[in-house]
Design a protein around this ligand. Structure first.
Ligand SMILES: Cc1cc2nc3c(=O)[nH]c(=O)nc-3n(C[C@H](O)[C@H](O)[C@H](O)COP(=O)(O)OP(=O)(O)OC[C@H]3O[C@@H](n4cnc5c(N)ncnc54)[C@H](O)[C@@H]3O)c2cc1C
Length: 613
């Protein structure tokens, strides 16, 4: 391990006092630990349950995630409660259908930025503005855009294997000096430009500025890849490792946080954090603040285990109630993706997929292109398309679907909490606006369904951008070792299912164009004969998470279902903040890592102001 990778020992942390204790060394935790410790007079401890994984090729090589998934060294391997309206198909360890969904989350320094699929996508302007309009002054596009650019540095890649797949972006929409190098992937499948052409023939434009606040259209997405090396960038490599030599920063790995230690004054005050390390329980003291960055699943869980949450939940578990805050763990939203599609591409056109990349002739070709010192040969997904619902469904059908929600809002007015009503009103506005994307169409060059010898196989996956269904995450016992009960309540609202079906049917339209058929051997799964009710059943049985869940510690007014205020402070507490993806009150159609970096950057600004740092 290089000298600069200095980690703390248990003696550096146990019973010691720090100004700030950050819980969880994932995206948000690395940003906060790094930004706050920039000031040498501020002491910061970061507690991460997983290991450091420095220089681990399963992380640094872009497609190493395929070997991390379901491996407990890298993945928390969370499971949801059995779902009533959907089954997890294909993205499961055995490839079979399960009622309980598998929820991968990155464990170790860098968190899920080490295990994610590297897409670097920024939201639509109106999605960010909705956050402000829901009662969070200052959380607007301008501030978001400045923060997101501060986290990244655009590093163009020297070459790629499909130059006709255009790398379009505007210089004003990317950062030039942030810690996280982003770029366009060097090795792509080559199927993406084919889909772009097919979609263009159906009226979907190519977007030349996908990171500038308008997501609509098809584009080659950027990735968290350093264009100079071809390797994955993570929150650990970008933010944390360069800060490890600071004497005022102590980073302890293998430190599993059990609960916050609090005292009650006029508000709840955190005095420390209780954690487990190598089988023993310790406490670290805090003089200023505890910053929860354990992600959408564990941040609400840790609050509940600390007695902060819905008293009905806590009393049932035998947890002493320190603060009755009913919205902890509520408002869970997640992107649902239909993954039950496999398409075969023609074999003589040089397509590179998860199946074909290991073939010696493909490896040799890529090595010849990049040179021997060009870094690892690894495939990255980058084919994204974001479309308004009016593209996949007729405008009349979209209006009818919107009316079904409006009817629910008026007929069940007393049963729908006012906070959810406000969110639905924003969602309906976005749904009815034919310029704001509601759905994503992904071309995924990874074969989820092995069927015979290596061939260029890919998936055509539609994703719901703004689901109406809401779920919960709550502790199921008072034992910190037990996983919380995760109930995303997938596809509970009919509109979610209907839009998913329409989106797949639209992808089939794209597959029927001559632009596509010139390059494809056709649909293998579910197969063109599967339509109507059979298709509906197939779709319900083959969905997955995209691992973008948010909302369980929502930033909203308290009476609207808020857990944290616009300064990310937990209501009713003096010095506990949450600064990770769990605070996002309304899911954006965009993938969520870029927004998490930006939330944490803004959190650091707020904390610095509040403490005069
Ligand atoms: C498989 C997968 C694929 C994804 N693909 C993409 C993608 O392509 N593009 C994209 O934009 N987003 C993607 N995401 C989502 C993105 O990675 C997340 O939105 C982002 O990482 C959220 O950041 P976070 O800080 O909230 O949580 P995380 O990054 O998950 O960090 C939470 C950290 O807290 C630690 N922790 C949890 N509990 C404890 C505890 N009790 N004690 C101590 N430490 C604890 C965890 O180990 C982890 O390090 C993907 C996620 C996954 C899992």
């Amino acid at each position: 391990m290089p000298m600069t990778h200095k980690l703390a020992s248990i003696d550096d942390v146990s019973n010691k006092t720090f100004d700030f204790v950050v819980i969880g060394g994932g995206v948000a935790g690395c940003v906060l630990a790094s930004r706050l410790s920039e000031n040498p007079s501020v002491s910061v401890a970061l507690l991460e349950a997983g290991n450091a994984h420095f220089d681990d090729p399963l992380i640094t090589v872009p497609d190493g995630w395929m070997q991390q998934m379901f491996n407990p060294e890298y993945d928390w391997v969370f499971r949801t409660t059995p779902q009533k309206h959907a089954k997890n198909g294909l993205t499961t360890p055995d490839g079979l259908q399960h009622e309980s969904f598998f929820w991968t989350r990155g464990k170790g320094l860098g968190g899920s930025s080490c295990t994610n699929f590297l897409f670097w996508i920024k939201p639509q302007r109106e999605e960010i503005e909705a956050i402000e309009k829901l009662g969070n002054p200052g959380w607007n596009w301008e501030r978001y855009f400045e923060a997101t650019k501060r986290s990244e540095v655009f590093t163009p890649a020297a070459m790629n294997n499909f130059p006709q797949y255009l790398e379009l972006y505007k210089e004003t929409s990317v950062g030039t000096s942030g810690p996280v190098p982003v770029s366009f992937a060097r090795t792509v499948s080559g199927i993406e430009p084919v889909l772009q052409k097919a979609l263009e023939s159906l009226g979907v434009p190519i977007n030349d500025d996908g990171t500038g606040g308008n997501l609509s259209g098809t584009f080659k997405s950027m990735s968290t890849i350093d264009g100079r090396t071809g390797m994955r960038s993570t929150a650990a490599s970008g933010y944390l490792i360069p800060a490890l030599s600071r004497p005022n920063l102590a980073v302890l790995t293998g430190a599993y946080v059990r609960r916050l230690v609090t005292k009650s004054e006029s508000e709840v005050v955190a005095t420390g954090v209780e954690f487990e390390h190598e089988g023993k329980i310790y406490t670290v003291n805090v003089s200023r603040e505890v910053l929860l960055c354990a992600g959408t699943i564990k941040s609400p869980h840790i609050l509940e285990l600390s007695g902060i949450g819905d008293k009905n939940v806590l009393e049932r578990l035998g947890v002493t109630v320190r603060l009755d805050l009913p919205s902890v763990g509520a408002n869970l939203q997640d992107h649902v993706i239909f993954t039950g599609s496999v398409v075969a591409m023609k074999e003589d056109q040089g397509f590179v997929t998860s199946d074909t990349i290991r073939l010696p002739e493909v490896q040799a070709k890529l090595h010849q292109l990049y040179g021997q010192d060009g870094g690892a040969i690894a495939l990255a997904s980058s084919g994204v398309t974001f479309v308004p619902a009016q593209v996949v469904s007729s405008p009349e059908r979209v209006n009818a679907l919107a009316e079904s929600i409006e009817h629910k809002l008026s007929s069940q007015a007393n049963a729908i909490p006012s906070g959810l009503k406000a969110q639905y009103e924003h969602q309906l506005k976005m749904l009815k606006n034919p310029t704001i994307p509601d759905l994503e169409l992904v071309i995924f060059p990874v074969n989820m369904h092995p069927v015979g010898p290596p061939k260029p196989l890919a998936g055509m996956f539609p994703v719901l951008g703004h689901p109406f269904s809401r779920g919960t995450i709550h502790a199921g016992s008072n034992d910190p070792h037990d996983q919380p009960l995760i109930d995303p309540n997938y596809l509970a609202e009919d509109i979610d299912f209907e839009l998913l079906v329409d989106s797949f049917n639209f992808l089939r339209k794209a597959m029927a164009t001559s632009e596509w058929q010139m390059h494809s051997q056709g649909e293998l799964l579910p197969g063109p004969a599967v339509t109507g009710d059979a298709l509906h059943e197939h779709i319900r049985n083959c969905v997955s998470t995209t691992w973008h869940a948010c909302g369980t510690c929502s930033m909203l007014p308290k009476e609207q279902g808020g857990v944290v205020d616009p300064r990310l402070k937990v209501y009713g507490t003096r010095n506990i903040r949450v600064a990770d993806l769990s605070t996002l009150p309304l899911l954006t159609a965009a993938h969520t890592q870029a927004i998490t970096y930006a939330i944490a950057e803004q959190a650091a600004d707020i904390i610095k102001v509040d403490h005069g740092l």
